[in-house]
Design a protein. Structure first.
Lengths: 108, 546
């Protein structure tokens, strides 16, 4: 589930507050806060909509885990899902290079 | 911050008027909005979350059932029909592939960036969820539709004859909303009983409960026995990579299948054996059947499956990892609101249904339509429901004069018959339902006695819900979700008891074979008192013809 909002990366645009399908974040005067972590459905979409790669969603969905901003930074995990997809600065991209059709042929 | 949550009315309520109100912002809701707008009607779309990220499609990568027009289309549909355990309707299947194909061509025309095949032709049989839904959002806004994000619907409105709108809460502004409309499309998705799976935790059967309160019938609710493998503790119910898995015990020994071979392929005929093994002890997997080139395609094509492995710090092609079966309820099952007309109308005038909120028995019978078929169904049924609802609105132009007679229909979880009980929370209700409808030993492998015991437990729970469950302020939607999950669990159990045979994903230990007398849908209706009836036998069934 959602674990980290990096205050140093966040530009306080509140896009994550707007787009989260589970309404996990709340606006504040500054960077948004994770107000309802248990509602997170671990869909990773807030990460790719974030224009500055300031969010980190851990793969574990059944409860919170102990991971720090420093560890996420050190393992180069901020923005790693966006990079894998080809999304940039919170905008869609890369689906024209999706090789899934090759997998579907191999699947049969 | 949410300081206003105890005030039931919050700030000034939002009140809008529309020809067509669409509830739900996944693909079917988006296509419904586009069709209704194209038909010249004023459209409002209200979503619990955000049009673009809501629903099971947005975080996924889904194939479409894409069959180009031509001589072999009928044969392809016929071959697919053979895999539906006799309950699907080839007429619906044929018109669905036709409509979906036309709409996929619309995406091409609108500039959606489909990938190209080696010969340069666009490959339109796959849609990457985040990109597809971001694109659909832009189209819906361009079409002039009013989009209400973070506006969960609580209940439908009715004038006693037709559905006349809906009401709900704006969960970020702590206020109520109400949209008066001449027709309503429910595009609320299925119900995954709040299982933590990608995109489906918010799919809680809200539309079923709202429709049933208006008098609609549900169909196929016994087909909730669909599960998909996922890394243990994750949300990733994406079966495709497990096509290349071998299954192991914790100590690394291979699990042996009923033919004495290592157990492989998690999305094939051996699924049942994996489920049985998992009931006995934890099961581990390794994707060791994938060749290197396929590994690269999987990593690139399915980043939503593979980024998480890197976050866990494991290489799934080399290392063993524990897996679990995630329950998918009617999201990848087939039950839902019964379709009464070819334009996706329900039994209730003015109420239309699209996508996974509708029963998909016409398309996939007793088998899962997860992925491709459901994706094309969302496109086609969304389009038809938007057309149907906008036509209905045009026929009822004069009705605005009677709007003042509309009344809200919501009861369970919203207007309890008695006083609220402090110990009865939405969370507790959901956990109690899950205990009956999620475990493999109860719901994957079914048995009359166990189903009956579960039914009795949920009947008792329902009495509590009906009398004592309610939320306050914006949290009313949570109590309503819990009520919808409980109602869905009861419909599923009642339908499962009535289908005294095994067919597709409905596996009864006490009725192991398929019974031709049951080549017909099971219908359920009613909320406190559930009525169960068998529909007419499916007329095109090959079992009848032979």
């Amino acid at each position: 589930m959602i674990e980290v909002i990096s205050e140093s990366r966040c530009i306080e645009c509140d896009i994550c507050v707007k787009v989260c399908p589970a309404n996990v974040f709340d606006k504040t005067g500054g960077a948004p806060v994770i107000a309802r972590q248990d509602d997170c459905q671990t869909c990773f979409l807030c990460e790719i909509y974030c224009p500055t790669d300031a969010l980190y969603v851990a793969e574990y969905a059944d409860g919170p885990v102990a991971i720090t901003e420093a560890e996420v930074e050190e393992r180069d995990l901020f923005g790693s899902y966006s990079r894998a997809l080809g999304w940039k600065r919170g905008k869609p991209g890369g689906t024209q290079f999706d090789p899934t059709h090759r997998i579907r042929v191999a699947q049969v | 911050m949410s300081s206003n949550q105890t005030d039931p009315s919050g700030s000034d309520p939002l009140r809008l008027q529309a020809d067509v109100l669409i509830i739900g912002g996944g693909p079917s809701g988006a296509w419904a909005a586009l069709a209704a707008a194209e038909n010249g009607t004023k459209v409002v779309l209200a979503d619990k979350g955000y049009l673009g990220t809501s629903g099971a499609t947005a975080p996924s990568n889904t194939g479409t059932w894409c069959v180009a027009p031509g001589e072999d289309r009928a044969q392809i549909v016929e071959r697919r029909w053979q895999r539906t355990a006799g309950l699907a309707d080839p007429r619906w299947m044929l018109r669905c592939v036709d409509r979906a194909y036309e709409n996929l061509l619309k995406l091409v025309e609108w500039g959606y960036p489909f990938p190209s095949e080696d010969d340069g032709k666009l490959y339109i049989a796959n849609l990457r969820g985040p990109d597809y839904m971001a694109f659909m959002r832009r189209r819906v806004l361009l079409a002039g539709v009013t989009v209400l994000d973070q506006h969960p619907a609580l209940e439908l409105l009715s004038n006693g004859e037709t559905v006349t709108g809906a009401a709900g809460v704006d969960r970020q502004r702590n206020r109520d909303w109400r949209v008066d409309a001449k027709a309503v499309v429910l595009a609320t998705g299925g119900c995954a009983f709040h299982e933590r799976i990608l995109g489906a935790t918010g799919l809680t059967g809200d539309g079923y409960l709202m429709a049933a309160e208006a008098g609609a019938t549900l169909s196929g609710m016994e087909f909730t026995g669909k599960y998909t493998l996922a890394p243990h503790g994750s949300s990733l119910n994406k079966g495709l990579p497990f096509r290349w898995a071998t299954f192991y015990r914790e100590d690394g020994t291979e699990i042996i299948n009923s033919d004495g071979e290592p157990l492989r392929n998690g999305i094939g005929e051996r699924e049942k054996e994996i489920a049985r093994a998992m009931i006995e002890a934890p099961v581990y997997a390794r994707l060791d059947q994938a060749e290197p080139v396929l590994q690269d395609w999987l990593r690139q094509g399915q980043p939503n499956c593979f980024v998480p492995y890197s976050r866990m710090g494991i290489d799934p092609f080399k290392a063993l990892f524990r897996v679990t079966f995630k329950a998918e309820g009617t999201v990848r099952g087939t039950g839902g609101i019964r379709l009464a007309t070819s334009d996706c109308g329900t039994d209730v005038p003015g109420l239309y249904v699209a996508g996974d909120a509708a029963s998909r028995e016409n398309m996939t019978g007793a088998m899962s339509g997860g992925g491709a078929v459901n994706s094309s169904w969302a496109i086609a049924s969304g389009w038809w429901s938007g057309q149907g609802a906008s036509q209905f609105a045009k026929r009822h132009e004069q009705r605005s004069a009677f709007r003042s007679t509309s009344s809200p229909l919501g009861e369970a979880g919203l207007r309890p018959a008695g006083t609220t009980k402090p110990g009865l929370t939405a969370k507790n209700v959901i956990a109690a339902v899950q205990a009956e409808v999620l475990p493999l030993e109860k719901n994957y492998f079914r048995d009359g006695d166990r189903l009956e015991a579960s039914r009795q437990k949920l009947d008792t729970l329902w009495s509590d819900v009906r009398h004592h469950l309610a939320g306050a302020g914006v949290d009313r939607y949570r109590a309503r979700e819990a009520a919808a999950i409980a109602a869905t669990g009861r419909w599923s159990l009642n339908a499962s008891l009535a289908r005294q045979e095994s067919r597709g994903m409905h596996r009864r230990a006490d009725f192991q074979s398929n019974d031709p007398a049951f080549t017909r849908p099971i219908l359920v209706s009613g909320i406190d008192h559930i009525r169960v009836e068998a529909a007419e036998p499916v007329q095109h069934g090959k079992e009848r013809a032979s």
